[in-house]
Design a protein around this ligand. Structure first.
Ligand SMILES: Cc1cc2nc3c(=O)[nH]c(=O)nc-3n(C[C@H](O)[C@H](O)[C@H](O)COP(=O)(O)OP(=O)(O)OC[C@H]3O[C@@H](n4cnc5c(N)ncnc54)[C@H](O)[C@@H]3O)c2cc1C
Ligand code: SF4
Ligand code: SF4
Ligand code: SF4
Length: 367
């Protein structure tokens, strides 16, 4: 049985770990908590003697490819972008949500609907605590979801957060479980593709607390950029603005920076490629291929969200939210819009996969 020692060798030391926190989460939830995070957010042994060599951390790591074939088959993954049941373009009906949201606010509007319908009793989202600092947050009401709307450029360790919430319920899994069932039974989780991949693997291997996952909502992702001091300086040079002037950041086919004075700067992603976190350079998932439903701004008109529905559960939820919290783009204005969205997402995926393979060859000799 492979364990965290193998993850260290095969994933972390090679620079492939994207800090999703899945390994730490499962170890904390079902064992004695042998793992923790170092200062940079990478997993490490907290107390190696507590490791019972169960191998679950290895199973759920998206980079470890454990029983990959069976996993892909079970979720019905198909090339080139994973399962697609339908493509939609939509936006929130609520002007308040639209005003706070990154694109059309469909993620928030769908979560609000799920809360109102009583389909979920919790959601893991990201919450802003300062302009560029966010914390993953477990929310339990529609109001809190609306507060968390928007784009947060940070490494949201949603999975990690879940483990912390989860592990605080009780000191051991056996005691934790009833508390969990009583408190939160159905949780929707918003995450980047790498996080969603880990969560789906937890579900496939039936690892706690995946029995509480109601729906996995994935965000398209070109990468997380490292805006440390050097990164900020570089961005200021490229964009010709001061960091403090930034009002809002979005990523579509470019890094889109809105300044406080309303001016919008579009920085080609190629120009900020070297600001990406190391693992993002090797990541092949653009469209959150393992989600129930995926969202992005690419392909949609400004102020609208592109949506890829992947599972019947998500299709039902989206249909039920239509005309209640979500409105669809009037396709009579552009009958081919959803086809164009799908093509755009496929193209972006192809580019990301090719680049990741090139980078793996170049940096890891592992193409
Ligand atoms: C790092 C990152 C990179 C992205 N790259 C692309 C891209 O290349 N192309 C593209 O089309 N779209 C990209 N997106 C997705 C896009 O920015 C929007 O999130 C998406 O279009 C949904 O918009 P919305 O208005 O419907 O969502 P909203 O209604 O605004 O809801 C967004 C939800 O996402 C949560 N959230 C925000 N930031 C994070 C985070 N870092 N981790 C986990 N949850 C978070 C919020 O709490 C909120 O619940 C990216 C998003 C992120 C976070
Ligand atoms: S106890 Fe299991 S999950 Fe935790 S580090 Fe060891 S092998 Fe991994
Ligand atoms: S599960 Fe996530 S955090 Fe853990 S080693 Fe794998 S990629 Fe890194
Ligand atoms: S590119 Fe996005 S999905 Fe891929 S590792 Fe980076 S943050 Fe995760």
């Amino acid at each position: 049985m492979k364990t965290f020692a193998n993850l260290q060798e095969e994933v972390i030391q090679k620079g492939l770990c994207h800090r999703c926190g899945g390994c730490v989460s499962v170890c904390t939830a079902i064992n004695y908590g042998a793992l923790g995070f170092n200062e940079e957010g990478y997993p490490q042994y907290k107390d190696v003697e507590k490791c019972i060599e169960c191998g679950v951390c290895y199973m759920v790591c998206p980079e470890a490819a454990y029983e990959e074939e069976a996993f892909m088959k079970a979720i019905g993954w198909e090339p080139p972008i994973g399962p697609v049941l339908a493509v939609k373009v939509g936006r929130a009906i609520s002007p308040e949500i639209r005003q706070r949201a990154t694109d059309g606010g469909v993620v928030t509007a769908l979560l609000v609907h799920l809360f109102k319908r009583g389909m979920i009793d919790g959601a893991v989202v990201a919450k802003r605590i300062s302009p560029f600092k966010v914390v993953p947050s477990l929310v339990t009401s529609a109001e809190e979801v609306i507060e968390a709307a928007g784009f947060y450029h940070d490494v949201s360790a949603g999975v990690q957060d879940w483990s912390e919430k989860y592990s605080t319920f009780a000191p051991s899994f056996e005691e934790m479980r009833p508390a969990m069932v009583e408190k939160l039974k159905r949780v929707a989780i918003v995450g980047t593709p790498c996080q969603i991949h880990t969560l789906r693997k937890m579900q496939f291997f039936k690892v706690a607390p995946s029995e509480t996952f109601y729906m996995l909502l994935g965000l398209f992702c070109s990468g997380h950029f490292n805006f440390d001091e050097a990164g900020r300086k570089k961005l200021e040079e490229i964009g010709g603005f001061k960091w403090d002037d930034i009002a809002k950041i979005n990523i579509k086919d470019a890094l889109i920076i809105t300044l406080q004075n309303g001016e919008v700067k579009r920085i080609p992603l190629d120009e900020v490629e070297d600001l990406k976190r190391p693992a993002c350079k090797f990541c092949e998932d653009y469209a959150a291929e393992f989600a129930d439903i995926s969202f992005g701004g690419i392909g949609a008109p400004d102020g609208w969200t592109s949506v890829i529905i992947r599972t019947p559960k998500a299709r039902g939820a989206f249909a039920d939210a239509r005309r209640k919290t979500i409105e669809e783009f009037p396709l009579e204005e552009d009958p081919k819009l959803t086809e164009k969205v799908l093509e755009t997402v496929k193209k972006a995926t192809e580019i990301k996969k090719e680049k990741a393979k090139e980078n793996k060859k170049k940096y890891l000799n592992n193409g």
